[in-house]
Design a protein around this ligand. Structure first.
Ligand SMILES: *Cc1c(COP(=O)(O)O)cnc(C)c1O
Length: 351
C-alpha cells in the first residue's frame, strides 16, 4: 500500500504545477538513498525506491520511538547550479540526536555523501525560488525486539528522502496566532535537543487543544513562565533594534535558522540578546507599537506572529500584522540561499 505520492523526473512542467499545489512535504522524489547498520558497520549506500522500505513490525522504532530526523534545503540558483544550505550544521545535529537517543553512531561523511548524491541525482527537479528541494534525513532503530523497552536498538536504518516544495507563503503571509502556555512542556527537558518524532507526539495534544479552543495556529511553550519555543519552530521577539530569544540550553531544539537569523541580525548591527524571556516581559513588550515576533525554522525561514493568547485574553503583537524587520531578515537569509547576495559565512555547499 502506498501512503504517499511520488513524482517522476520525466514530466517537469506537470510536476511544478503539482508542487505548488501540494501540501508542504506531501510529494516525494521516486528514489532515496539508504544505508543499514547491522550492529557492526554501515552498509554501502544504496539508492532504492522511496516506497520500498521494509522492516519487522516488532522494530524498535515502532514501539519505543527510536527515531530522529533532519530538515534542510537545496536551492536552485539563477545560473542553474544547486546549493545545499548549512548541511554541516544539520548533519552535526543529526549525529547529536542519534547519540542522545542511543541509536548507533552515524558516519557523518557517509551521511553527507548520501545527501549530496541523491540531491545530485534529482538536481533537475530542484524547484526555482521561492521553491526548493526539502531534504529529510531519517534514522530509525530497526531491531525486532519488543523486550528492549529500556535497551537501545542494535541495528538501524538511515535514509535521505527528498520532497520538492513550493512557496511556503503561497497561501498568504498571514500573521500567526499563538497560545501562550506557561505550564505545559513541549517535551521533557533532557529531550529538547533531539529532533525526534517522540517530541512531536508529546506536543500534539496541547496543539490540538489550542486549535480547537482558541483557533490558535501553534502553542508557544513557556514552562514556568520561561518563553521557550513552539511545536516545530524557535521563537524570536523583535523590538526595535533588539532581538530577544532564549539562550541555548538542553531543553529546546537549537534551530539552524535561529542561528542564521541571529548571525545576520548581528551583521546588520542589531542588538541580539540570547537570554531568558519571561511571559510577563513578552506581553508587556509585544503591546508596544513597532514590536514584532516571529517563528524561525527551515520550512518558512521566518513566519510572523500577530497575536498572543494568554489566560483567555488576546494580545496583538505590534499592529497584529507582518513586521518590517521580520520581512527584512527573512529576505536577507533568502537572498543568500537563492544566490542573490554574497554568502559571507560560507553556508552554501555547491554540488
Ligand atoms: C526543526 C525544529 C526547529 C527549527 O530548526 P531549523 O534547523 O531552523 O529548521 C525548531 N524547533 C523544533 C522543535 C524543531 O523540530
Amino acid at each position: 500500500m502506498k501512503f504517499w505520492r511520488t513524482v517522476s523526473t520525466q514530466q517537469n512542467s506537470c510536476n511544478f504545477r503539482k508542487i505548488f499545489m501540494a501540501a508542504f512535504g506531501s510529494l516525494f522524489m521516486p528514489e532515496m538513498a539508504i544505508t543499514w547498520f547491522d550492529g557492526d558497520s554501515w552498509s554501502p549506500t544504496e539508492v532504492v525506491a522511496s516506497d520500498s522500505i521494509s522492516f519487522h513490525p516488532g522494530a524498535h522504532v515502532l514501539h519505543y520511538s527510536s527515531t530522529c530526523f533532519e530538515g534542510l534545503k537545496a536551492f536552485r540558483h539563477a545560473d542553474g547550479s544547486v546549493k545545499i544550505f548549512r548541511m554541516d550544521k544539520n548533519i552535526e545535529r543529526f549525529a547529536q540526536s542519534s547519540r542522545l537517543l542511543g541509536l548507533p553512531e552515524i558516519d557523518k561523511a557517509q551521511t553527507q555523501q548520501m545527501i549530496e548524491s541523491i540531491v545530485r541525482q534529482y538536481a533537475a527537479d530542484v524547484p526555482e525560488p521561492p521553491g526548493s528541494m526539502y531534504i529529510r534525513p531519517t534514522h530509525i532503530g530497526t531491531e525486532p525486539a519488543i523486550g528492549k523497552a529500556a535497551v537501545p536498538s542494535v541495528t538501524s536504518c538511515q535514509y535521505i528522502l527528498l520532497s520538492p516544495v513550493g512557496d511556503y507563503f503561497a497561501g498568504g503571509d498571514k500573521a500567526l496566532r499563538l497560545l501562550v502556555d506557561d505550564e505545559a512542556m513541549r517535551c521533557p527537558p533532557h529531550m529538547g535537543m533531539i529532533k525526534s518524532g517522540g517530541n512531536y507526539a508529546a506536543a500534539m495534544g496541547p496543539i490540538l487543544n489550542a486549535k480547537a479552543q482558541y483557533q490558535a495556529d501553534q502553542v508557544l511553550f513557556c514552562p514556568g513562565g520561561d518563553v521557550q519555543e513552539t511545536g516545530a519552530a524557535n521563537f524570536l521577539l523583535i523590538d526595535g533594534n533588539q532581538i530577544i530569544t532564549k539562550a541555548l540550553d538542553e531543553s529546546f531544539l537549537h534551530g539552524v535558522t535561529r542561528d542564521s537569523i541571529l548571525t545576520l541580525a548581528r551583521d546588520l548591527g542589531m542588538d541580539v540578546q540570547e537570554r531568558q524571556l519571561s511571559v510577563d516581559e513578552l506581553l508587556e513588550r509585544a503591546a508596544k507599537p513597532g514590536c514584532e515576533a516571529a517563528l524561525s525554522g527551515t520550512a518558512a525561514v521566518l513566519a510572523p506572529v500577530g497575536t498572543l493568547i494568554y489566560k483567555d485574553k488576546e494580545y496583538k503583537v505590534g499592529n497584529g500584522g507582518i513586521g518590517a524587520t521580520t520581512v527584512k531578515l527573512r529576505r536577507a537569509l533568502n537572498d543568500i540561499q537563492w544566490g542573490k547576495a554574497e554568502d559571507p559565512h560560507g553556508w552554501l555547499t555547491h554540488l
